[in-house]
Design a protein around this ligand. Structure first.
Ligand code: HEM
Length: 125
């Protein structure tokens, strides 16, 4: 695919916002994921919005605010099992299904997230 940045291809800020807003309610209802997250999810949503914006090639909002992402390191305090990585990706898949993106773009975005999700696995149990 040659779309310039993924960020532009998916429709920029409005779509990233939609992905994040659809995603966290699903996370908070997921039995494997909910226990890891704080009751007040708003700061997490804000950070995820900033991170995904830059991850997809948009403005470097996250690094500008928080420095080098070091995302695997930031996840080390939380026990991330292979099942939790799959659960995370499934919540994201369902959130993407609520956007207007084409099947091709949804699959592409999910594929781009699946590398990091599996890379953040830090425990088998
Ligand atoms: C593999 C499954 C994953 C699990 C179980 C998980 C879980 C978590 C948890 C528990 C937090 C901390 C929430 C808090 O602040 O208390 C967090 C933060 C975060 N996660 Fe994940 N995560 C996963 C994958 C990912 C992926 C694939 C990405 C992006 C590619 C991502 C991006 C972020 C970001 C940006 C933050 C905020 C970091 C910060 O504090 O600055 N996560 N995640």
């Amino acid at each position: 695919m040659n779309y310039g940045s993924v960020y532009e291809a998916i429709g920029g800020a409005a779509t990233v916002r939609k992905m994040v807003e659809g995603f966290y309610p699903k996370v908070l209802q997921h039995p494997l994921l909910a226990p890891l997250f704080p009751e007040d999810i708003t700061p997490v949503m804000d950070k995820q919005y900033m991170f995904l914006t830059q991850f997809f090639g948009g403005p470097t909002l996250y690094s500008d605010a928080y420095g080098h992402p070091m995302m695997r390191g930031r996840h080390l305090p939380f026990p991330i099992t292979p099942a939790r990585a799959e659960a995370w990706l499934d919540c994201m898949r369902r959130s993407l299904d609520e956007t207007e993106l084409s099947e091709e773009l949804k699959a592409f975005v999910l594929e781009r997230l699946s590398g990091p999700a599996h890379h953040f696995v830090n425990t088998e149990e």
